[in-house]
Design a protein around this ligand. Structure first.
Ligand code: TRP
Length: 375
């Protein structure tokens, strides 16, 4: 029986069948051919690509065409500030930094502080602005180049964005918005308009450069419906179609099948970027869903299942060494490695990653204005 899941920009639930989602969203798999073509420019492939964490795209070939002609394109991504940043949020940003370094390109980073205000009854504009400030530290900590990166809050940069958003909104009927996002009579007016604000930065490269300039958006696949709309409008306004490169979701500690993607609203099974090594250890030990057997004896005899084990899945995101990863996979599957040992490795890998992130996050406090575009 087909599995049940839901993927929209505002709700991700159930166990996602990514192959089916590719078809439903009308996107393309990142196949060997396009990866080979990419490698000609980047010299190597990020392990997120080899492990299919980034697994799909739209129009990525048009961006590679530009790179082949030595034309610069822009990167664009974003973060709606509704709470603290967790490990799942960092995945597209880490990849984005890699792309920035490899292609030597500019990045626009949108913080739609109005989005979470409009879509969440409990948040005020003051709350989302406060979270924006906190989240910006995590964004800077990823290591983007301050000379090539511009971060902006929608409520501050609206003076530049608003007229472009109006041009976009004029080209989208309510019926189209309903069919893309499933809006109903109970959605508020701001929610319906918001998508035009998320489209604007895809056109900003051309607007800022004063000539046709392509845009590549690295993001999790739940954002694709916005950019489907962007591309419906692009030719009508004389802009090139925007490209996207799309990631899977990092599961919460209980696993995709039990709780879906990692989510700030479920604190106990989420690892936030500011957590201490002890907090990380306790959470993983206590909550990480295990692919191990009931008893040590059975585990030794029949082996574990790394494919459903959340600690193992986290290693695929945060352990770069592919040879070591394969050994862990094999040892766990054969029963040589126990769940406790696997968890210890994951705890170490994540704590090492967070230690470095946290030290860069501290330094980021003095760097904010170097990155901001305040309208
Ligand atoms: N809507 C995104 C979120 O909920 C934020 C966002 C704005 C974004 N622009 C983007 C995400 C571009 C990816 C790419 O977090």
């Amino acid at each position: 029986m087909a599995k049940k899941y839901k993927v929209t920009p505002w709700e991700v639930s159930g166990e996602i069948d990514y192959d089916r989602l590719i078809k439903e969203f009308g996107v393309k798999p990142l196949d060997e051919k396009i990866l080979e073509r990419m490698e000609k420019h980047t010299g190597e492939l990020h392990y997120f690509l080899k492990r299919k964490i980034f697994f799909a795209h739209t129009y990525f070939d048009t961006v590679l065409d530009q790179a082949e002609k030595k034309n610069k394109f822009y990167l664009y991504t974003g973060r709606a500030p509704s709470g603290p940043v967790h490990l799942g949020h960092l995945v597209p940003w880490i990849f984005c930094k890699w792309l920035q370094d490899k292609f030597d390109v500019n990045l626009l980073f949108q913080i739609p502080d109005e989005e979470k205000f409009l879509f969440n009854e409990n948040l005020t504009l003051e709350d989302t602005k406060k979270w924006a400030h906190e989240n910006i530290l995590d964004i800077i900590a990823v290591g983007f180049d301050p000379k090539k990166t511009r971060i902006f809050l929608d409520t501050e940069y609206a003076g530049v964005m608003y007229k472009h958003a109006c041009r976009i909104a004029k080209k989208v009927t309510f019926s189209t918005a309903k069919s893309i996002f499933g809006f109903t009579d109970s959605n508020n007016l701001g929610e319906i308009f918001y998508t035009s604000m998320q489209s604007v930065p895809a056109f900003l490269p051309t607007i800022l450069e004063g000539k046709t300039t392509y845009c590549l958006i690295p993001c999790a696949i739940d954002q694709q419906p916005h950019f489907f709309l962007t591309n419906d409008v692009a030719p009508k306004l004389g802009y090139p179609k925007t490209a996207t490169i799309l990631a899977r979701f990092l599961p919460g500690l209980q696993g995709m099948h039990q709780e879906g993607k990692m989510s700030s609203s479920v604190e106990s099974t989420t690892i936030f970027t500011t957590e201490t090594p002890e907090q990380v250890r306790n959470k993983i030990n206590k909550y990480a869903f295990s692919g191990g057997r009931e008893t040590t004896e059975e585990h030794r005899k029949h082996g574990g299942n790394p494919d459903i084990d959340v600690s193992y899945q986290y290693l695929t995101y945060f352990l770069e060494d592919s040879a070591q990863l394969k050994k862990i996979y094999d040892d766990y599957k054969s029963g040589k490695m126990l769940t406790g040992e696997l968890k210890q490795i994951t705890i170490q890998v994540i704590n090492k990653f967070l230690k470095e992130h946290q030290s860069r996050r501290e330094k980021a406090k003095g760097m904010v204005e170097k990155f901001m575009m305040r309208g």
